[in-house]
Structure formats: structure tokens, C-alpha cells
Design a protein around this ligand. Structure first.
Ligand SMILES: Nc1ncnc2c1ncn2[C@@H]1O[C@H](COP(=O)(O)OP(=O)(O)OP(=O)(O)O)[C@@H](O)[C@H]1O
Ligand SMILES: [Mg+2]
Length: 340
């Protein structure tokens, strides 16, 4: 039986651009699928097709057991959508925006009012509830838009980059809300540029690039595909690189790579923290001073780069420098692993 969200062979072209080039998805009820992909991969187009906003050229989609192409109106009643760009009415207050959604879904006025109040509290918008949305900051609009998507607690939700533009605290809070939703049985398809977000929230991840799902699995499965653990060492003196390389050769199960300008050596290993301790003892015994050492497990960043050839978090990264940004994150992860 297909899951709560099912797609088969979705194709959509815009002129010369093949935005979707045969997308297949299957999301079991009550789970979260993270759709990951670089800018222009086809994430939003997938969401638009599944939420009836766009007709595909080819393919089939079933959401909440309803055929998307055959019965779009019924699908709309069964789903909630929070788009990549917040769809709030600027000239209404936060409260009015939420009440309006309730009314669109034919809730009684009193129930819609109560639901609006509850959601405004939950999304920390109570203080701003009676101001027009025009006066809201970007993060507040985003939260209002998400609250609007939750007015009727639909069984299937779509969130297109729900936390882009949120500060870390608000992002964490939203993660909590999403987890509560899913614990309550909601099926969720979430697109994100933040690998950490997919790691944290998604049961399953589908990596999309150029309109195709190029990999899928749990975060752990995807990481395992990218390759196992590595030891990374930064030696203090450039003169020690050769000696350090000899030491690592004795522990590694593959070629040691060396980055001369950073004095960093990396070698694939197996054996975890115990092996790391041995490497440290050996280096120390030979008088090789080190600036940094860590056991690095592949992160989703590594997975992403190895699968798509680009770094992620381009859109969400204020520096706009995703490729350079991926490296320090990996290093940080390595240190975290070491500290365990
Ligand atoms: N209405 C449209 N008209 C023309 N081209 C479109 C349209 N919508 C999407 N595209 C193109 O289809 C491709 C996929 O776009 P889509 O918005 O699905 O990407 P995305 O994965 O959501 O990217 P982002 O991370 O930037 O949001 C892109 O090349 C985009 O330019
Ligand atoms: Mg998009």
C-alpha cells in the first residue's frame, strides 16, 4: 500500500528547464521525509505538484489516499502547506490571519478564534497578535505562516524550508513543534537546506538534484554510503608531516591525504576512539607535536557534497559561502566525536 505521500515518475518542464525529471517518493504514514537538495534542485516544484498547485506533465501522485490529479479539491482539504515564501496577508493582524484560515476551512467562528489564540501563544506571537502583519519581522512572518498551516491540524503536512530565516532559538522551537505534530500522527514532507535539520527531524531523507532523487535512506545509511570514519591530524610543525604520515600509515586502512598549507593529514580508519588514543600515543612517542586531532565521522554535509558535487546551505548561509562553510562544520563535528 502506498504511504501517506506517494509520487511516481513526476516530470515537469518549464521551457528548457526540466524541473522534475522522474521523481518517485513514498512516505509512510506518521513519518517525516526530508527533501534535501541544492538551489534549483526541484524541491519547491515537487511540493507544488503534491499540494495541487501545479500540474505535472507526467506522473502520478497520491496524498492521504487521494489521487492528486483526479481530486485536487479533496487533497486540499486533507493537507496543510507552509510555503517557501510566507503567505500572510500584510493588512490583517496575526490573529485575523489565523482566524481567516479557520473560516476558509469552515470552522465555527468561536472555534477559529480559540485556535488562533492557541497558535499565537505557541508560536510566541501573542504580544504582536493584534498588529498588522506588515509590521512583523521576517521571522515573525514565517512563524505566522507556519501557524496558519496548522490551524486545522491536517493529517498530511508539507513545509517548504520552514526554518529558513529563523534565528537558532526560533528554529529549535519550531523543531519541537514539528516533533510534537509528528508524534500526534501527522505525516510530513519537509524541504530544507539545513542538513542538521534533516538529521534532526527526518526519518528518511531523499536527496534531490536536477529534478531527480539521487539517493535516499536514513541519515545513518546515507552517511555510511559516503565512507566510514577518518582520523584527522593537524601537526604543529610542517617538518613533522612526513613522520606523522608514517605513523598514520600504520593505523589507516587506506591512503593518507595531506593538506600542506593547513598541515592536516586525513586517513580512513576503523576502530573508533580506542584507535584514536593509540594514534595520539604513537605521535607523542615520536615527539610529533599536534595542534588538533579528531575522529571524524561523515556528516550529512559530506554526504551532500559527495552526492551532488556542491556544498549545501547556500541559500540559508548569510556569508553565501557554502563550500567554505562546510569544512569548519565537519571539523566541529569531529571534535565533538572526539570529546565523547
Ligand atoms: N514557474 C517556473 N517557471 C520557470 N522555471 C521554473 C518555475 N518554477 C521552477 N522553475 C525552475 O525549475 C527548477 C527547480 O526549481 P525549484 O523551485 O523547484 O527548486 P528548489 O529545489 O525549490 O530550489 P531552492 O532551494 O532555491 O528553493 C529551477 O531551475 C527553476 O528555475
Ligand atoms: Mg524552493
Amino acid at each position: 500500500m502506498p504511504g501517506a505521500i506517494y509520487a511516481e515518475g513526476l516530470v515537469k518542464t518549464f521551457g528548457d528547464v526540466r524541473a522534475l525529471d522522474g521523481v518517485d517518493l513514498d512516505v509512510p504514514e506518521g513519518t517525516v521525509l526530508g527533501l534535501l537538495g541544492p538551489n534549483g534542485a526541484g524541491k519547491t516544484t515537487t511540493v507544488r505538484v503534491l499540494t495541487t498547485l501545479l500540474r505535472p506533465d507526467r506522473g502520478k501522485a497520491v496524498v492521504a489516499g487521494i489521487d492528486v490529479l483526479g481530486h485536487p479539491n479533496e487533497v486540499r482539504r486533507a493537507i496543510g502547506l507552509s510555503g517557501q515564501f510566507a503567505a500572510v496577508d500584510e493588512y490583517l493582524t496575526g490573529r485575523e490571519n489565523l482566524q481567516m484560515v479557520g473560516q476558509l476551512y469552515q470552522m465555527k467562528a468561536k472555534a477559529a478564534k480559540a485556535r488562533a489564540t492557541e497558535l499565537l501563544e505557541r508560536f510566541h506571537l501573542a504580544d504582536a497578535a493584534d498588529r498588522t502583519a506588515k509590521t512583523y519581522s521576517g521571522g515573525m512572518r514565517r512563524r505566522l505562516d507556519l501557524a496558519a498551516a496548522l490551524v486545522v491540524s491536517p493529517p498530511v503536512m508539507f513545509m517548504d524550508e520552514p526554518t529558513t530565516g529563523l534565528d537558532p532559538r526560533n528554529r529549535q522551537q519550531l523543531w519541537g513543534i514539528i516533533q510534537e505534530l509528528v508524534a500526534g500522527g501527522t505525516t510530513l514532507l519537509l524541504t530544507t537546506q539545513y542538513l542538521e535539520e534533516a538529521d534532526h527531524l527526518a526519518h528518511d531523507i531523499a536527496v534531490v538534484d536536477q529534478g531527480k532523487v539521487i539517493a535516499r535512506g536514513t541519515s545513518d545509511q546515507l552517511k555510511a554510503r559516503t565512507g566510514g570514519e577518518r582520523v584527522e591530524v593537524v601537526v604543529h610543525e610542517r617538518e613533522h608531516i612526513t613522520a606523522a604520515r608514517q605513523v598514520l600509515a600504520g593505523f589507516g586502512k587506506g591512503e593518507t591525504s595531506v593538506e600542506l598549507h593547513t598541515r592536516k593529514l586525513t586517513v580512513p580508519v576503523s576502530g573508533g576512539a580506542r584507535l584514536l588514543a593509540e594514534v595520539i600515543r604513537e605521535l607523542d612517542g615520536r615527539g610529533i607535536e599536534i595542534d588538533d586531532i579528531g575522529l571524524r565521522r561523515p556528516t550529512l554535509d559530506d554526504v551532500f557534497i559527495s552526492l551532488t558535487g556542491h556544498a549545501a546551505e547556500l541559500a540559508g548561509d548569510d556569508n553565501g559561502d557554502g563550500a567554505a562553510g562546510a569544512e569548519p562544520k565537519g571539523r566541529k563535528a569531529a571534535r565533538k566525536e572526539t570529546a565523547k
